[in-house]
Design a protein around this ligand. Structure first.
Ligand code: TYM
Length: 334
């Protein structure tokens, strides 16, 4: 039976990239009736320094973002990683399965560690093995993520395959990444060759899920474009990353295919298309930011939702961890 797992780091505010590439698709999968587990990966967040007070706030704010976007704690398991000890425990086992050569190929580590990799934490390096543990602790079969996480899900399959091979078992499943739709890689509004990211120093490069209608409108109006109008067919977007990005965002927000968007907007200038995108974005995003702000007024309620989700997550994870220990040869009470 299919089981979906995914997670987001509470290492800053949520962006439109996180929403379209991940959360909106989490909601679709939840509403399709599959078993869904969504995590706030606070242990991944501390692979780079987080101020404790900021981490607490960002954990609650991300949870508020999940809820405000339509995740329902009755339908999905919503919890934070640190509260289910099995993530760290299985993560250690996978540290002993993954090979240094595999980790050395991880592009996210290279990007995040930058030129001075000697100063990066050991946790940042081991990060993908913990992510494999997140997924496999639940025997998840499907992992909805943006394009940038594809390599990590592939590594998860490599770890599962090596574990299964080394211990002569078929215990861990081969998990599929689910990378679908028009917004698997939302780009910066200032530079169509860079991913939209919470860590970009320019706030104008991204739409934050906490931005109000005015901020959203201003950022879209100022978004970089080229001088041409919109093409009426998808192939006309080739070599035009900024135009493609705005069309992709329109498509993902509206639920229309890129071809449908171009059938409607082809021939228009950006001076005409941008206000349409502003209206759509404000219409879809402003209610979410309003609801997030409302939920943030009652942090105790958010904490209670996470605590209840952690109990449900543990009930699935514990037997899988115990079985893993047994396979590996750890002695303990049954
Ligand atoms: P994180 O926190 O960087 O991002 C969360 C999710 O948002 C997606 N995303 C984007 N999608 C489209 N366009 C963008 N510009 C964009 N920016 C971010 C990411 O692809 C991701 O799906 N390692 C993960 C967190 C993680 C995880 C897991 C995910 C930890 N354990 C287990 C899945 C399963 C990360 O850093 O995502």
């Amino acid at each position: 039976t299919p089981r979906v797992f995914s997670g987001i780091q509470p290492s800053g505010g949520l962006t439109l990239g996180n929403y379209l590439g991940a959360i909106k698709r989490f909601v679709d999968m939840q509403d399709s009736g599959i078993e869904t587990i969504y995590c706030v990966v606070d242990m991944h967040a501390i692979t780079v320094w987080q101020d404790p007070e900021a981490l607490r706030r960002q954990t609650r704010e991300l949870t508020a973002g999940y809820l405000a976007s339509g995740l329902d704690p009755q339908k999905s398991i919503l919890f934070n990683q640190s509260q289910v000890a099995g993530h760290a425990q299985l993560g250690w086992i996978f540290n002993c399965v993954a090979r240094l050569g595999w980790m050395n190929r991880m592009t996210q580590f290279k990007d995040k560690a930058g030129k001075n990799a000697e100063k990066a934490s050991l946790g940042l390096y081991a990060y993908p093995a913990l992510m494999a543990a997140d997924i496999l602790l639940y025997h998840a079969t499907h992992v909805p993520v943006g394009e940038d996480q594809k390599q990590h899900v592939e590594l998860t399959r490599d770890i599962a395959a090596k574990f299964n091979h080394d211990y002569g078992t078929e215990f861990f499943p081969m998990t599929e990444p689910v990378i679908e739709g028009a917004a698997t890689r939302v780009m910066s509004l200032r530079d169509g060759s860079k991913k939209m990211s919470k860590s970009d120093p320019s706030d104008a490069s991204r739409i934050n899920m906490t931005d109000d209608a005015d901020a959203i409108a201003k950022k879209i109006r100022k978004a970089k474009t080229d001088p041409d109008g919109l093409p009426s067919e998808v192939k006309g977007l080739e070599g035009r990353p900024e135009a493609r990005n705005l069309v992709n965002i329109y498509s993902a927000l509206s639920g229309q295919g890129v071809d449908e968007v171009l059938a409607m907007a082809g021939g228009k200038q950006f001076s005409e298309f941008k206000p349409m995108l502003v209206d759509l974005a404000v219409d879809k995003l402003a209610p979410i930011s309003t609801e997030m702000a409302r939920l943030m007024q009652d942090p105790a309620q958010i904490d209670a939702i996470l605590a209840a989700g952690s109990d449900r997550a543990r009930a699935i994870a514990d037997p899988i961890l115990q079985k893993t220990y047994e396979i590996v040869g750890m002695v303990g009470a049954k």
